[in-house]
Design a protein around this ligand. Structure first.
Ligand code: KG4
Length: 338
């Protein structure tokens, strides 16, 4: 079964064809990051307009590169939540029109479920159940993945997402948007013990997280140095920040895996590209004899192959939508009902 996946939840427009949920036949991505960089973050209106400009060309290209023509597409899967509402609506409306024109089923997909599914594309042997840490620009959650379409959040951030925190710390350090990779590069030359930064704990919620105190501590450190005219050890601050984020994410995920009795740990989302976090997970899983799955870098960020993959499993579980399908800026991963 060939599914055309469509993704437009933030600043990447993407289209991909995936066969039987696991084989990527094409994976087209148009990133708008450069267009938003001058504003220091994504401008929703600009994102929506750019999606409109490129989406149909990208979908045509994805079908062509898959070696198919439109009659070879058996279903359309589309990200319908969560994300920027205007951006999501472009993908949802395009997918509705395409499904109607081709006479094929339309399958709505939760974006974070898609991030988790990126791992199925990279690792054919991976099947639920497992414990997953989903870390992206807009979401940070520890997810109990019982089945392909049966999952629940057991821990999440009370404020900023991990990626959002990376982007804000990077911005105050004078780095371009999106800040995760530049901050990682800056941290390479730094000592991660240079600055003592907060590691918040939420009383009574051992798997929950908070990043706003960490973000504020980085902002204050930079501003204090500026006000006093002191030279700031930027690399040391970046390395200390990365360490604090990793020390928030990794032990909680490992605790949850142990408590729930899982021997498989999966990491998903844009922040899963982070070298420090990947290395700390590798160490922790080696120590505790757990299997670790982290997608290759090209499948960590937003893409449509992961949407087509998750769309396949949603399709198998009977999920369908019609022309009444709407997009939603927020939606829980465990209540992905469209
Ligand atoms: O998954 P994604 O592409 O989009 C969302 O679904 O949100 O994640 C984007 C986020 C951004 O905040 C970006 O700074 C972060 O992932 N990111 C990283 C790295 N590469 C991307 N964060 C830390 N280290 C990286 N190497």
């Amino acid at each position: 079964m060939n599914i055309l996946g469509i993704e437009s939840s933030c600043d990447e427009t993407a289209a991909s064809v995936v066969r039987d949920g696991r084989t990527v036949l094409s994976n087209e991505i148009f990133s708008q990051a450069d267009m938003h960089a001058i504003y220091g973050g994504v401008v929703p209106e600009i994102a929506s307009r750019n999606h409109i400009t490129v989406i149909s060309r990208l979908a045509d290209e994805a079908v062509k590169r898959a070696g198919l023509d439109k009659s070879g597409i058996d279903a359309i899967a589309v990200t319908a939540a969560p994300g920027l509402i205007g951006a999501l609506l472009v993908g949802v409306n395009f997918a509705k029109g395409a499904a109607l024109a081709l006479g094929v089923p339309l399958v709505p997909v939760h974006h974070v479920r898609g991030h988790i599914a990126a791992n199925y594309l990279a690792f054919p042997e991976l099947e639920p159940p497992f414990l997953c840490l989903a870390i992206s620009g807009g979401n940070t959650a520890i997810v109990d993945v019982r089945g392909y379409t049966d999952m629940s959040i057991i821990g999440s951030t009370h404020d900023d997402a991990a990626g959002e925190c990376f982007d804000k710390a990077a911005r105050v350090l004078g780095l371009p948007y999106p800040g995760g990779l530049p901050l990682q590069n800056l941290a390479e030359g730094g000592d991660d013990t240079s600055f003592k930064l907060p590691h918040a704990r939420i009383e009574g919620h051992p798997y929950d997280m908070s990043f706003s105190g960490l973000k504020t501590a980085v902002v204050n450190t930079v501003h204090n140095a500026l006000q006093k005219g002191e030279e700031l050890d930027r690399a040391g601050l970046a390395a200390s920040f990365q360490r604090a984020v990793s020390e928030t994410l990794v032990p909680r995920t490992m605790d949850a895996a142990r408590d729930l009795g899982y021997d498989t740990v999966v990491v998903a989302g844009g922040v899963a590209a982070n070298k420090r976090i990947r290395a700390d997970f590798e160490d922790a899983c080696r120590r505790e004899h757990k299997r670790l799955f982290v997608p290759p870098l090209k499948l960590c960020g937003d893409n449509a192959a992961m949407i087509a993959c998750q769309g396949y499993y949603e399709y198998l579980s009977g999920v369908r939508a019609g022309s009444e399908l709407n997009a939603y800026a927020t939606m829980d991963i465990d209540r992905a009902a469209f």
